[in-house]
Ligand binder design. Structure first.
Ligand code: AKB
Length: 317
């Protein structure tokens, strides 16, 4: 990758991936694009910025041509719980951006990374040790877009040799930009509540296991996969990747080791609960480890210490 375009650069992943990519490939070689400007200062000041509605093919093509882009990180999506409120919006944004990226990539010879998700699985998937290749019958529109994305990306690779690669991200925990509209968002919100000294209301039942990952591991995984030796890749779209899995009471207990007065109550949100119950408890990511050496650094304890240190410092100001 030499000239990179990040679509959805203002979102939860994009706002950190852009800075990470610029630190590796140089500020001027990473174009940050989003439908809404301005984005955070670090992005606005760290390199080129473009306003782009990724559902408009001409806008994506124009940026790719002008900057001679050779790799696109397509992060445009409406997350699971929000997409259930407006399924057609979820479909049109997710698939609209994806199809445009793939077509532009075919014409201008770009590689494409489009994250998939644990949302690509459903209740008939084996939920413990979810295999790399298994049943994928999601019951959310978000999941339907993710499975479609995996299939289309593989199709463009086989049919047109577009270098498409992807991971199935679990819930991502981060402290720069809030996610918004996801089922796993509670695992971000709980840290903000703890750092602010507030009681946390958990939208999922005790015992609801979900895969999770701290953002630094997710950024590293995305770049590592895109730089991986293609001759080692048996799979492409998409690899299971995970770093930890826990239920609400487990992340709460970990936070209480640092903040013993922290309080959590449960107020279950039925849409989120039913989505969470249809997703894996934990995935088997051995293919990612074998084919491109995926190896996350953060477990629940290390992530909790880091999140609270960063958020405590921010809210103390
Ligand atoms: C969501 O909860 O919708 C996302 C995801 C797991 O893809 N965080």
């Amino acid at each position: 990758m030499k000239k990179i375009l990040v679509l959805g650069a203002g979102g939860q992943i994009g706002s950190e991936l852009t800075t990470y990519l610029r630190s590796i490939y140089g500020g001027n070689n990473v174009v940050a694009a989003d439908v809404r400007l301005p984005m955070i200062d670090a992005i606005m000041q760290g390199g080129p910025v473009e306003q782009c509605d990724a559902t408009q093919a001409a806008q994506v093509a124009d940026i790719v041509k002008r900057y001679q882009i050779d790799a696109i990180f397509n992060l445009v999506a409406i997350l699971s719980a929000k997409a259930e409120m407006n399924p057609m919006l979820g479909w049109n944004i997710g698939i609209g951006a994806l199809v445009n990226c793939l077509e532009v990539a075919r014409e201008y010879h770009c590689a494409v990374f489009t994250p998939s998700s644990i949302g690509a699985f459903g209740p008939t998937t084996p939920l413990d040790g979810t295999p790399q290749d298994t049943i994928q019958r999601p019951q959310t529109i978000y999941g339907v877009t993710k499975v479609t994305g995996e299939l289309l990306s593989d199709y463009y690779y086989k049919r047109f040799q577009v270098d498409t690669r992807s991971v199935r991200f679990p819930g991502l925990i981060s402290n720069v930009t809030l996610p918004g509209g996801g089922t796993t968002d509670y695992a971000v919100d709980i840290y903000y509540a703890a750092a602010r000294g507030e009681q946390f209301t958990c939208p999922l039942k005790p015992g609801t296991l979900l895969d999770m990952m701290y953002m630094p591991d997710a950024l590293h995984a995305a770049v590592q996969l895109m730089e991986a030796d293609p001759s080692r890749l048996i799979h492409r779209n998409s690899f299971n990747v995970t770093a930890m899995h826990f239920a609400p009471e487990e992340i709460y207990a970990e936070i209480c080791k640092v903040k013993p007065d922290f309080k959590m109550v449960y107020e279950v949100e039925p849409v989120k609960q039913s989505i969470a119950e249809s997703w894996p408890n934990w995935m088997d990511d051995s293919c990612a480890r074998a084919e491109w050496d995926f190896k996350p650094q953060y477990d629940l304890q290390a992530m909790t210490r880091d999140m609270l240190q960063i958020l405590d410092a921010r809210f103390a100001k």
